[in-house]
Design a protein around this ligand. Structure first.
Ligand code: Z5A
Ligand code: MG
Length: 217
């Protein structure tokens, strides 16, 4: 019998939308169903490139806008082979932010020439998720969850632009837009969790069933 590959599931959303909370809950849920699951987050602040990104976000380092964009992308490429290896070995990988953030946050800075199309280029070829769950919260609701943090980009103006650009990315279709499923994340944790699980359980079943169907042909 051919072993099924793992699913690749990305979470996206604004600051404080509940991504890390829901990534953890989903991983536990999938494990209780017998899946092997690995969690990853981007930026991965533990690598040399990630440490530079961390300094930039903390305001301790300045970087030209194109340069920091490419560093965020390089930080994903550092993990690309590991993601491919895990899913090929049957592990489902849950990503806390991914290239959708990479595209949208840089484009939201409104730097001349750095539109969605330009920002997408360095991400082309990275492992494509089976689904991208976008946790949608109003910026005011997100703000009430302990307020925005102290890092770069964590202010209402930037968050508002990011929210609009995520909607634009989705409306455009193509790979990124087609992957996105919007989940209302303004409710209680458990209600949000149930909505996510309904979406993701279907996607994971689809991955397993597709492998089984291919095996029979
Ligand atoms: N960035 C970029 O520019 N380019 C890139 O390529 C990438 C990222 C990958 C750092 O991201 C910044 O990097 C980010 C985008 C940019 N800048 N901004 N903004 P990060 O992932 O390290 O940080 P974050 O995601 O923005 O923040 P966060 O605090 O980790 O948010 P979260 O993970 O979505 O939320 P959470 O930790 O699960 O929950 C936040 C709080 O709300 C916490 O107290 C929870 O207990 C509470 N919570 C969660 N869910 C609920 C519900 N449903 N109701 C009430 N309270 C809740
Ligand atoms: Mg988080």
């Amino acid at each position: 019998m051919v072993q099924s590959r793992g699913a690749l599931i990305a979470f996206e959303g604004l600051d404080r939308s509940g991504k890390s909370t829901q990534c953890q809950l989903l991983a536990d849920h999938l494990r209780t169903q017998g899946h092997t699951v690995s969690n990853m987050r981007f930026p991965n602040r533990t690598t040399p490139i990630g440490l530079m990104i961390n300094s930039y976000l903390a305001g301790q380092m300045q970087a030209e806008d194109h340069v920091i964009h490419l560093l965020f992308s390089a930080n994903r490429w550092e993990s690309a082979a590991e993601i491919e290896r895990l899913i090929a070995a049957g592990t489902t990988v849950v990503l806390d932010r991914y290239y959708y953030s990479g595209i949208v946050y840089s484009a939201a800075k409104r730097v001349d020439g750095m539109d969605l199309k330009w920002c997408r280029q360095p991400e082309v070829g990275l492992p494509r998720p089976d689904v991208c769950v976008f946790l949608d919260v109003d910026t005011e609701v997100a703000k009430r969850r302990g307020g925005f943090g102290e890092e770069r980009y964590e202010n209402a103006e930037m968050q508002g632009r990011v929210r609009e650009l995520f909607a634009e990315l989705q409306a455009r279709g193509r790979h990124e837009g087609d992957d996105i499923v919007v989940v209302d994340a303004g409710m209680e944790v458990e209600e949000v969790q149930n909505r996510i699980w309904r979406v993701v359980d279907g996607v994971v079943d689809g991955v397993v069933n597709k492998m089984a169907a291919e095996e029979m042909t």
